[in-house]
Write a protein that binds this ligand. Sequence first.
Ligand code: ADP
Ligand code: MG
Length: 561
Amino acid sequence: MIVGIDLGTTNSAVAWWHDGEAKLIPNALGEFLTPSAVSITDDEEILVGVAARERQTTHPRSTATTFKRLMGSTKPVMLQKTRFLPEDLSSLVLRNLKRDAEVHCGQEVTGAVITVPAYFNDRQRRATRRAGELAGLKVKRLVNEPTAAALAYGIADREDREPFLVFDLGGGTFDVSIVEVFDGIVEVRASAGDNRLGGEDFTDVILNLARSALNLPAAFEDLHLAEQARAAAERTKRALSEGESATFSVLWNGEQHSTQITAAMFDGEAAPLIERLRAPVLRAMSDGNVRADAMSEIVLVGGATRMPLVRRTVTRMFGRFPNTALHPDHAIALGAAVQAGLVERKADLAEVRLTDVCPHSLGIDVMEVDQFGDARTGLFAPIIERNTVLPASRLKHFRTSMPMQPKVQFGIYQGEARNVIANVLLREVDIPVPPQSASTQIDCRFTYDVSGLLEVDVTIPASGETHQLVIYDEDNDDNIEERRAALASLKILPRDQERNRAIIGRAEACFETFLGEKREVAGELLKYFEGVLEGQDPRAIAEAATEVSTQLDQLESERYL
Ligand code: ADP
Ligand code: MG
């Protein structure tokens, strides 16, 4: 079976194509969203999902979140003394989702369609694919997140649709796509975005407001306090999506510090972030050749589009209210499941097809000589331009710059800037050429597959030689089997204990955040629940779990009283 997976910065979800529709799959706690969080316990057991996220404030050094923002980098994340790459952590989340799907669907999950921000570059995409492979999943295709949302939306009733815009503001990334549906073909006309802008940046705004109001230190040396403050800012941000003002409250130096943050304060400070939403929207419209008034609808996805500020901005930008019919947290996984159904050639999807575009231009760096005879190096020569329909293959001819040149050296870049320095370097190439008295011709063919992954062929007609350059991370691709084995040997919390561990984590977090009577209640609940767990009576444990959860709900809802 092939599943569709939304591997998010904050939350992930898994879905499958079943009985003629895309359906979400619940995790061990019966929830559709699994936090993209990994934590390691003192006896080196790995927790994933809610059980891990609950430990973020109490065990910051053992817990990792938002590692999707580091995908494609080789920067290790330390959980206690164990070193993980961002893709290793993602693979642990994927493994959990795979396990949930297998339990729910009663079938082995062999492959997956995984979504990525449209603006993910080649490195980030390859890292995502490796994460899938490390989790023991054959990654059938990577689909751009807004495209997946569009697919879920576009085939909802199988009707033709004028161009519409998908506006996806998640935890860490912002993506815009313009999509059209015609005769069952869901066609992405253009994508643009900003992979450094998301809901987390708005949380930072709250944090800064609270810092200046409460005179908190600019950087928290105490990691516990930093995490607590972040969690408090997140709650405040969400509360501001519901009302005009909210309380930010943290425990600091043994005292509760609280301050009121109003929507007006928040909106004012968030203005620079809001300003950054505009450029990608304009670029997508100009690349897709669609005017704002020709857009039939604006579809919102991504948790951060729940902010009234964002909704108002979208309304103002397009002069109409956005469509929120699609569930912002579910749309992407559902779209991935549609794509999984397409990969499996499900009969009820026979009419549906998807065409997507590449979000970035690809090319090499060249040298040019200006009118004064001065050579300028490091200039970008695009070979495949952004928003070309995928798959795409383009050939361009270049020449060596000097006679008798024995080799060519250049970089393969992804991006839009004239100076390659500002683009993403994917690989450096060093190829021998037959030294000739005149300059030598070099043919470069770039091929982008449907997942947005690149291959490059360089041919030297003079020697007849062709070099196939798969963009390849030597360090990371070579030992993938070994790394999979290492990850597979980690001790993972059994699925039937996930819920209980999440409850313990939550009670511990309450114990840390609260003072006085409420802290005592949290302590009592912990003691009681741990006692029941020791008794090992499944029925008693299930009953206690429900009861303790209810009490914790109550305790948390009275947070500010
Ligand atoms: P990702 O796909 O990157 O995991 P999501 O689409 O799940 O992201 O969105 C997560 C972001 O949405 C987080 O930054 C979170 O704070 C924000 N968010 C979720 N719910 C709300 C809300 N009610 N109000 C404001 N922001 C929210
Ligand atoms: Mg998302």
